[in-house]
Design a protein around this ligand. Structure first.
Ligand code: ARG
Length: 462
């Protein structure tokens, strides 16, 4: 039979080519449980408004229960002929309740307010799922930092040796970024807790339905839309979700890139666990960081999902336009990608072996203690401009001799500047350099311990 929701004014059914273009049921089927929840809430307000008797309401809820079960176990599925999930489920209800009762549910609602509501519900659930997976990654990184609390490494700027830092300090920098992403998800969730149900096609309903009751029923803490046009036409909640997921992807890609570099023969800072790395079909010796590479690659895909969606929304006039059907696949994909990526990524980070000897050997290399000479001179009363110059001379001397800073003799120091007494050696070692940066947020073990405590407290409430 014709399942179209709009057959009345049409003499002919849709052309095959139109039906195929129009169909979204193959990707919006995942909204089915939310659609049924929405229908339950809608049936209740129809009853409150006197449009369904108590008996009808009860039979309606019974039909929705059966439909829900059949959807869950796969007995009932949508087809291309249904066009979308909403139409398919209406058919399912009609099949279970007959046209007289089944046909009453559509009063006062439109697929436009339905889809805007269900999409919010779906994304809110997935924001929580992704937030949970993110917390597991943060915990793995905190564990990595804690287990290597005293390991020094070369801190870099421009990928060049800059100043020694604690490995834990570096790892916690990534945790800070992920904490902001988690906070973004929570704040987005709060902003998205508004239900468009009751907005109808765009103008609201004349049937005396109570959108606030539906909103409360469906768990929208901030009630129903204050503007039915906005309720049906706005998708900034989708764009923002796509941004947050893209940002998570980008933050993962920055960790990933470092893991890839650290895992090279040249760096040899880390070794990946066998269970979280892959081999080569031809080169027997290979052990590849594929998880990190997929994270790097998928971040591009997540950015694409965001930019594609923004392009769809640009200049779209109010209210609903069918272009909006293009809003779902990109963010469904963003959810899917992160939900498959995050557990693997967490596994990789949780099982990483850190090569402490290699990191510590390189920590002072590349004259990374030159700043410490300059700051030591400042403490002796030398103006920083001069101190910087003198420390630079030390580096020049070392480069010419092919040695590191602590290889200079007392005589060579004295020849560079009379201020460079043998006491300068007190800062020419990594533990001294680290410990001296003890202000808030610095790399001293004491400061990193404070940060670790803060991060753990934050994670506990997240
Ligand atoms: N499937 C559509 C979407 O995802 C909702 C249906 C609204 N269709 C319509 N012709 N008003 O946006």
């Amino acid at each position: 039979g014709d399942v179209r929701l709009w057959g009345g004014r049409f003499a002919d059914g849709p052309a095959e080519a139109l039906a195929r273009l129009s169909a979204s049921v193959h990707f919006d089927w995942r909204l089915a449980p939310y659609d049924i929840a929405g229908s339950r809430a809608h049936a209740r307000v129809l009853h409150t408004a006197g449009l369904l008797t108590a008996d009808e309401l009860e039979r309606m809820q019974g039909g929705l229960d059966r439909l829900e079960k059949d959807v869950a176990d796969g007995t009932f599925t949508g087809t291309i002929a249904d066009e979308d999930v909403h139409t398919a489920l209406e058919r399912g209800l009609l099949e279970r309740l007959g046209p007289d009762l089944g046909g009453k549910l559509r009063a006062g609602r439109s697929r436009n307010d339905q889809v805007a509501t269900l999409f919010r519900m779906y994304l809110r659930d997935h924001a929580r799922i992704i937030g949970g997976l993110l917390a597991e990654l943060q915990e793995a990184l905190v564990g990595l930092a804690e287990a290597h609390a005293d390991v020094a490494m070369p801190g870099r700027t421009h990928l060049q040796h800059a100043q020694p830092v604690l490995f834990a300090h570096h790892v916690l920098a990534h945790v800070q970024a992920l904490s902001r992403d988690a906070e973004r998800l929570r704040q987005w969730d709060e902003r998205t807790a508004v239900s468009p149900y009751g907005s109808g096609a765009l103008a609201g309903s004349s049937l005396g339905l109570d959108p606030e009751a539906v909103a409360a029923d469906l768990g929208f803490e901030r009630g129903s839309s204050g503007n039915s046009i906005d309720g049906t036409a706005s998708r900034d909640f989708v764009a923002e979700f796509a941004f947050i997921t893209a940002m998570i992807g980008i933050d993962l890609s920055r960790i990933a890139e470092e893991v890839i570099i650290w895992n090279t023969k040249e760096f040899s800072f880390v070794t990946l666990h066998d269970a979280f790395s892959t081999g080569s079909s031809i080169m027997p010796q290979k052990k590849n960081p594929d998880i990190a590479e997929l994270a790097r690659g998928k971040s591009g895909r997540l950015i694409g999902n965001l930019t594609g969606l923004l392009a769809t929304l640009k200049a779209l006039p109010l209210a609903y336009n069918r272009d909006l059907q293009e809003d779902k696949e990109p963010v469904f994909d963003s959810c899917d990608q992160l939900e498959v990526l995050l557990p693997a990524f967490t596994g990789m980070m949780a099982t990483l072996t850190v090569n402490r000897a290699r990191m510590e050997e390189l920590a002072p290399a590349g004259f990374s203690l030159a700043t410490d000479i300059a700051e030591w001179l400042v403490k002796q009363g030398v103006p920083f401009r001069v101190a910087h110059e003198v420390a630079g001379e030390c580096v020049k001397e070392c480069e010419a001799r092919g040695i590191e800073l602590d290889g200079l003799t007392d005589e060579q120091f004295a020849a560079i500047s009379p201020h460079l007494t043998p006491e300068v050696r007190s800062v020419l070692n990594v533990p001294g350099a680290l410990a001296s940066r003890s202000g808030r947020g610095g790399t001293a073990p004491s400061a990193v311990a404070v940060q670790l405590g803060e991060v753990k407290t934050d994670l506990a409430v997240q």
